[in-house]
Design a protein around this ligand. Structure first.
Ligand code: GLU
Length: 413
C-alpha cells in the first residue's frame, strides 16, 4: 500500500469522500490530512560476524488532537515513508472510531527480519528505539507491535526506554504479561475481527453457524480470528500464509492447525486440507473473505475473481481503492480495517491504562470491555451507513473524522 495516489490508496479516497459528505471546511480537512511530524533515522548495528551494518527506520506521527500518537512498528522489506505515513493516518481514524484517547502514529524498519539472527534483531530494535527516543514518551507517542514485531521486540523497546528514563512500562503496548502486558492483548485483534464478523453476519442476514469463511494470512491476527470464528460455529474452509493455502470444503480442523502453526510458525506441513495458491484462495466462493496479511492483497488484477458476500479487512489496507469501487458495484460489502482490526489498539489502550494505574485487570474485564467497544463502534458506523446510504468504509471515516474534527476545533479554534 505504498501509494499515496487516491485511486489506489483506500485511505485517501475514503478521506476525501467523508470530508465532502461531512461538509467539512477545507482548511480543517487539509490540516487533519497532513502528518504532524515525520522522522527518518539511520539505524547502525553490529552483525554477528562483527561487521557494522546500517538500516533505515521511520516514525510518522500523524495527529495527536485526541491524545498521544499511537500505533505499531513493523519490520518488512517493503517499508518506506509513504507506507508508514498512510498507516499512521489510518491509526488516527482507528483510535477515533473506537473512541479511545489517542491520536495516530506508525513506525517501521525496512528489513526482512528472516535475514537476521535474534541477537541482530535485538541490536537493531534497541538502536532504532534509541534513535526515535527524542519523540516518544508514555504521554507523547506509544508504539506497539505490527507486522513481524511481537511481545519480545516490545520488551527490548521497553527496556531500552526504561534504562534512560526510569521504569516506564507505559512507553509501549503489546508487551509480555510478565512485563506489564495486558491479559487478552495477544489475541485482541483476532478476537475483535471475530466480533465484527459476527455483527456483520447479523446485518447482512448470514447465519453464522452455516457460514463459510476464507482467511488469507495466518499470523497473529488471522490465526486468532480463525480460532474465535471456529468457536462461533463458522466453517473455515481455507487459510493461507507465505507458504501457500490449505483448502477443505468440509472445514479445516482449526484447533489442530492453530497448534501446528504456533509450534512451527507456518501452516506448511499440516496434515489436513488440499494445497492451493493464494490466488485460488482469494477466488473461493464463501460468505466471509478475511484478508489478514499485507496491504493491497485485493487489487485491480484479482478483484474480478472475488466470490464472497462480505470482505472483512483484518489487515491494514488490504483492498485498494479501485478494487473497493468495483466491489461496491457488485454489492460485495467491505467491513473496513479501521473498524475490523481496532481490537488490537483497543486492548493496547487497556494495557496502557493498567500500566499508568499500576493495577491489573482480569481477562474477563478486558474481553468484556473490548466487546463493548467493538459493538458500539460497529453500530455507530452502521447507523451512518444506513442514513447516508454509503459503504461501511465511508461511514467509518465519517464517524472517525468528525470526532477528530470536533476536538481539533475546540483546541485550535
Ligand atoms: N499495529 C496494530 C494496528 O495496526 C496495533 C496498534 C497498537 O496497538 O497501538 O492497529
Amino acid at each position: 500500500m505504498a501509494n499515496n495516489n487516491s485511486s489506489s490508496n483506500p485511505t485517501l479516497a475514503a478521506y476525501k469522500k467523508a470530508v465532502e459528505l461531512l461538509g467539512m471546511k477545507l482548511n480543517i480537512a487539509k490540516a487533519l490530512e497532513m502528518p504532524d511530524r515525520e522522522l527518518t533515522v539511520e539505524v547502525p548495528f553490529k552483525m554477528d560476524n562483527g561487521d557494522v551494518n546500517s538500516v533505515v527506520g521511520y516514525r510518522v506521527q500523524h495527529n495527536n488532537t485526541r491524545g498521544p500518537f499511537k500505533g505499531g512498528i513493523r519490520y518488512h522489506q517493503h517499508v518506506d515513508i509513504e507506507e508508514v505515513r498512510a498507516l499512521a493516518t489510518l491509526m488516527t481514524w482507528k483510535t477515533s472510531l473506537v473512541d479511545i484517547p489517542y491520536g495516530g502514529g506508525k513506525g517501521g524498519i525496512a528489513i526482512d527480519p528472516s535475514n537476521y539472527s535474534k541477537n541482530e534483531l535485538e541490536r537493531i530494535s534497541r538502536k532504532f528505539f534509541r534513535a526515535i527516543d527524542p519523540i516518544v514518551g508514555p504521554n507523547v507517542d506509544i508504539p506497539a507491535p505490527d507486522v513481524n514485531t511481537n511481545a519480545q521486540v516490545m520488551s527490548w523497546f521497553m527496556d531500552e526506554y526504561s534504562q534512560r528514563h526510569g521504569y516506564t512500562p507505559a512507553i509501549v503496548t503489546g508487551k509480555p504479561v510478565e512485563l506489564g502486558g495486558s491479559l487478552g492483548r495477544e489475541e485482541a485483534t483476532g478476537r475483535g475481527t471475530a466480533i465484527i464478523t459476527k455483527e456483520a453476519a447479523d446485518k447482512w442476514n448470514i447465519d453464522l453457524n452455516k457460514s463459510e469463511v476464507v482467511i488469507q494470512g495466518f499470523g497473529n491476527v488471522g490465526s486468532y480470528a480463525a480460532k474465535f470464528l471456529n468457536e462461533y460455529g463458522c466453517k473455515i474452509i481455507a487459510v493461507s500464509d507465505v507458504s501457500g493455502g490449505l483448502y477443505d470444503p468440509n472445514g479445516l480442523d482449526i484447533n489442530n492447525l492453530f497448534d501446528h502453526n504456533k509450534k512451527h510458525r507456518t501452516i506448511d506441513g499440516f496434515g489436513g486440507g488440499k494445497k492451493i495458491t493464494n490466488e485460488e484462495l482469494l477466488a473461493l466462493k464463501c460468505d466471509f473473505l478475511i484478508p489478514a496479511a499485507l496491504g493491497s492483497a485485493i487489487n485491480s488484477s484479482n478483484v474480478n475473481s472475488i466470490n464472497c458476500k462480505v470482505i472483512v479487512e483484518a489487515a491494514n489496507g488490504p483492498v485498494t481503492g479501485e478494487a473497493a469501487d468495483k466491489l461496491w458495484k457488485r454489492k460485495i460489502a467491505i467491513i473496513p480495517d479501521i473498524l475490523t482490526n481496532a481490537g488490537g489498539v483497543t486492548v493496547s489502550y487497556f494495557e496502557w491504562v493498567q500500566n499508568l494505574q499500576q493495577f491489573k485487570w482480569t481477562k474477563q474485564d478486558v474481553n468484556k470491555k473490548l466487546q463493548e467497544k467493538m459493538i458500539n463502534a460497529f453500530n455507530e458506523v452502521y447507523a451512518v451507513k444506513i442514513e447516508k446510504k454509503v459503504p461501511m468504509r465511508i461511514a467509518s471515516f465519517m464517524v472517525a473524522i468528525d470526532r477528530v474534527q470536533q476536538s481539533y476545533i475546540l483546541r485550535e479554534g
